[in-house]
Design a binder for this molecule. Structure first.
Ligand SMILES: Cc1cc2nc3c(=O)[nH]c(=O)nc-3n(C[C@H](O)[C@H](O)[C@H](O)COP(=O)(O)OP(=O)(O)OC[C@H]3O[C@@H](n4cnc5c(N)ncnc54)[C@H](O)[C@@H]3O)c2cc1C
Length: 401
């Protein structure tokens, strides 16, 4: 077992951490106070700097202009970028584009790659992923009402989706819709590329999440597909293979989130320790002298370390033996890291007292926006149940003394 980080990666991580500290963290007060769209020119400037440093799209394939880092190196990069809510977007490796890039790379036709994949990796356009429906359980997506019916050379799509993250301003959506209603439950749906200017693609609203509707990349859309017509050549992969492709997307998608969440833990932890060291709570007494705060610091340090090692191990498993074989590890990190993050943010916020509730630090932003980590890409309970079932099965016929 070798925990050493290569010299090349140490250099890259040094550059990224410096960039996050000097270029992104100073932008955060404006980011939290102003409409997101007004910041896009400034963000584009930062993206230019990242491209000049040759650090653009760290996890995306080299043949399309990314750095082509493997999952373990990307875990380290993502941890550094996760310290700021702007990190992944400025470096061109943000969700949901990252997942969409992976499936376009794996399943796209030559024409789809040229039209959608290349400009996506280049950061010239954005995309979204439209699977969850308003009326049906996202936790059991085989229950799906959205349909795509063939008509001439087209598909005609009808349905109501929500939580289509970053739909506002996206160039296209990857939509899950039922194309084969008579097939078995896992073979009914397909993925279809839908340009957002296609007739019948209606962004109804950006959903207010914890009081903030957001806009542009930083938003979650509700979409009404009303006789939305796209050519059949926009089918991604094979018809009826939507769930199989979704599995390909969700495995790495989940670990990408976990890597970013470790960065959030680290940032919240730094803020917590710094505040405890600085805050005077009695004459000549700092908050850090209180044992209960010391206990939180030690517990959070241990929790973050454990979560981080689990994420790196899951990345290693995926690299060495594949996503399918690593599905237990992926499910474990999904709920462990989401809960660790929630606990660390909460404690950091508590240590900041009233200040923690304001937007004068990034903690309240994290608190609002990262609660969803325990819900999206598989709620905690769903991952726990599926891991437990596999563990229970693995004990079948086993003699335990
Ligand atoms: C911020 C955010 C961003 C999102 N982005 C996207 C996106 O880009 N694209 C997209 O398509 N979707 C997205 N989603 C939707 C997300 O995937 C769903 O919210 C999620 O799958 C849960 O589905 P649901 O909301 O319908 O909850 P339900 O399926 O109704 O589940 C509700 C709760 O029931 C419990 N539960 C469910 N199943 C079980 C079970 N088997 N055993 C025990 N308990 C269970 C869990 O506690 C769960 O939270 C996003 C959601 C959020 C909050």
């Amino acid at each position: 077992m070798d925990f050493a980080i290569s010299e090349k990666m140490q250099t890259i991580l040094g550059m990224i951490n410096e960039f996050v500290d000097n270029e992104l963290i100073p932008m955060e007060p404006e980011f939290m106070a102003k409409p997101a769209r007004s910041l896009l020119p400034a963000i584009e400037e930062k993206r230019k700097m990242v491209r000049q440093m040759e650090l653009w799209a760290p996890n995306h394939p080299q043949e399309y202009g990314g750095m082509g880092l493997d999952l373990i190196d990307h875990a380290l990069v993502s941890e550094a970028l996760g310290r700021s809510p702007l990190g992944h977007f400025v470096f061109g490796c943000q969700a949901p584009d990252a997942g969409n890039i992976e499936i376009l790379h794996q399943f796209g036709t030559v024409e789809q790659k040229e039209k959608y994949l290349q400009p996506l990796v280049d950061g010239k356009i954005r995309s979204c992923f439209s699977m969850t429906e308003v009326e049906l359980p996202g936790s059991n997506p085989v229950m799906m009402d959205t349909t795509a019916v063939k008509d001439g050379d087209d598909y005609v799509i009808n349905g109501q989706k929500w939580y289509t993250s970053s739909a506002d301003g996206a160039a296209f959506a990857i939509v899950m819709a039922v194309t084969n209603p008579d097939a078995g439950p896992y073979l009914q749906a397909s993925m279809i590329l839908v340009p957002t200017d296609a007739p019948g693609f209606n962004l109804v609203r950006n959903i207010p999440v914890m009081g903030h509707a957001g806009e542009d990349y930083f938003s979650h859309g509700e979409i009404l597909y009303q006789n939305c017509r796209v050519p059949q050549k926009n089918l991604l992969g094979q018809e009826g293979h939507g769930f199989a492709i979704a599995q390909e997307r969700l495995g790495p998608g989940r670990i990408h989130h976990c890597m970013r969440w470790i960065g959030i833990c680290n940032r919240a932890f730094d803020l917590m320790v710094a505040r405890a060291r600085d805050r005077i709570i009695a004459p000549n007494r700092k908050l850090a002298t209180k044992q209960i705060i010391q206990s939180w610091i030690a517990e959070c340090a241990a929790d973050i370390q454990a979560a981080r090692l689990m994420v790196l191990h899951a990345a290693w498993m995926i690299e060495k033996i594949g996503k399918k074989e690593a599905r237990n590890e992926i499910s474990l990190i999904k709920f462990v890291v989401a809960n660790t993050m929630q606990k660390v943010i909460d404690r950091a916020l508590q240590v900041h007292g009233g200040l923690g509730m304001t937007d004068d630090t990034v903690l309240a932003f994290f608190y609002r926006h990262e609660r969803a980590a325990r819900i999206y890409d598989g709620a905690d309970e769903v991952h726990k149940v599926s891991v437990a079932k596999r563990i229970l099965r693995s004990y079948e016929g086993k003699k335990v003394r």
